[in-house]
Design a protein around this ligand. Structure first.
Ligand code: MN
Length: 462
């Protein structure tokens, strides 16, 4: 946990920005897998962590701006708990750690709301879990079903506005997470070999994550079919000549995320064809990073990366015509149908539960609804203090290619017969995490092997 001062300052600022009313900030409950007492590992809501720091289920809070009061609601463990759990701090001790003096039993929250609802503005954030929606629904004493509950736009925007700019202590946390990623990614390169199954590698790598007192910040992607962007299975047997796309992250002790992708050859040596495509993606990453500075719209950097990718593919004979015109015609989306990056912080896709468009877009920059572009989570101008990922890729997806070809899409720019020889290639993505700084960017965490030479060298050494 950070110091009490950090949480006090964060809440003070929130109160100033929201102005008046009551803020109801719900913590999360345990989430059952197959029966009530067999639960997923607990992880607190990120906005709750941001303002209250407490990673424990069964807590809710009220920030009463008008009466300048902050209340933590929760229950102390009962006597029988001595059988089941280790001693835990009681509620008032928890509150004290994060600067809250007023601590009350959980069921007092309902009474507090009853006394104040109707007379005051109530602010709450969008919910993303059914149990949260149900709790909110019960607390508001409404029959309205789930999604129609109106979250407070004022509060949502205020929270996003605070969480979008990272302080030095937050950046230090993110860098701790990337230190773990460094160990995991270099280990992945060393341990992977032909005949090994993907799940064998993933098991070792996630175990390594745990052994460093950390945990994955999202579900690991580790696949020889990198052309499928969210490939959730690890059933393939790796073979010589395959490329592995390994996209994973760790969560720091204070719950900040890292998100790193590396692509490497299973047998430790890139083929000429793989080197050619890898070089394009790495170049796109470098060009994109060098374009980062405050005031630059991220959508323009995404477009720039798309252009670099098409120029590279033109050199390989896959693209014909002018790359500038090709990118204007959205041809890059055939190879790069996802976004160049996203905000990162307490969530790997930071604040996504609060609404992607609030986080990544504004009145000046609206989301482009076209294929590929609509998956870009961040489009607006970057600002100093933002932490973002940069993750260009080239994906040779045979099914997508067939769809385009049969629809006659992109025929003026795509040499489909040349492209067919890449149908067994897979995909390549390279991803780093950066801080937008006053003059440009700062690479976060240690330098993780990234060039062809560095990767082959890492694969070679034990
Ligand atoms: Mn990412």
């Amino acid at each position: 946990m950070f110091s009490q001062k950090t949480y006090n300052e964060r809440r003070s600022r929130l109160k100033r920005e929201v102005g008046s009313g009551l803020i109801l900030l719900l913590g999360l409950e345990e989430s059952p897998i197959n029966f009530a007492h067999n639960t997923y590992p607990f992880r607190q809501d990120s906005s709750f962590l941001y303002f209250f720091g407490l990673n424990r289920p069964g807590l809710n809070t009220i920030i009463d701006i008008d009466e300048n009061r902050e209340i933590l609601f929760g229950d102390d463990l009962n006597e029988e708990s001595v059988i089941w759990t280790v001693p835990q701090q009681n509620l008032s001790a928890l509150g004290e750690q994060v600067g809250i003096e007023d601590c009350r039993k959980l069921d007092c929250l309902e009474d507090y709301l009853k006394d104040h609802l109707g007379k005051r503005i109530l602010h709450f954030l969008p919910t993303f879990r059914h149990d949260q929606k149900a709790t909110l629904s019960r607390l508001l004493n409404t029959q309205t079903n789930n999604d129609s509950l109106p979250a407070s736009e004022t509060l949502t925007r205020a929270v996003i506005n605070q969480r979008s700019y990272k302080t030095e202590e937050e950046i230090a946390e993110i860098e701790k997470a990337i230190m773990v990623s460094n160990v995991i990614h270099t280990s992945a390169m060393k341990i992977s070999r032909p005949k090994m199954f993907e799940y064998e590698a993933v098991g070792l790598l996630e175990g390594m994550n745990k052994s460093l007192n950390s945990r994955p910040s999202f579900q690991t992607i580790f696949t020889v079919h990198g052309e499928i962007l969210h490939n959730p299975s690890y059933d393939n047997q790796m073979k010589a000549g395959d490329l592995v796309v390994h996209d994973s992250g760790a969560e720091s002790p204070n719950h900040y995320a890292g998100d790193i992708t590396r692509t490497f050859p299973v047998n430790g040596k890139f083929t000429d064809k793989q080197r050619e495509v890898y070089t394009i993606v790495l170049h796109a990453l470098e060009v994109a990073m060098n374009a980062v500075k405050p005031g630059v719209e991220f959508r323009s950097i995404h477009r720039l990366a798309g252009k670099v990718i098409l120029e590279g593919l033109a050199n390989l004979g896959i693209i014909k015509g002018n790359p500038e015109e090709a990118v204007e015609a959205d041809i890059h989306t055939l190879f790069f149908p996802c976004g160049l990056g996203h905000m990162m912080g307490l969530d790997v896709h930071d604040m996504e539960s609060l609404g992607e468009d609030y986080v990544g877009y504004n009145d000046l920059v609206r989301r482009n609804p076209n294929f590929g572009w609509r998956n870009l989570r961040l489009g607006k101008a970057l600002e100093s203090g933002n932490v973002i990922t940069i993750e260009p890729g080239i994906y040779f997806n045979p099914r997508l290619t067939e769809l385009w070809k049969s629809a006659g899409k992109g025929k003026d720019f795509v040499n489909y017969s040349a492209l067919e020889s890449y149908f067994d290639f897979g995909g390549i993505r390279i991803e780093d995490d950066i801080l937008v700084a006053d003059q440009g960017y700062r690479l976060l965490g240690p330098a993780i092997p990234k060039t062809i030479d560095e990767i082959e060298e890492t694969c070679r050494t034990e």
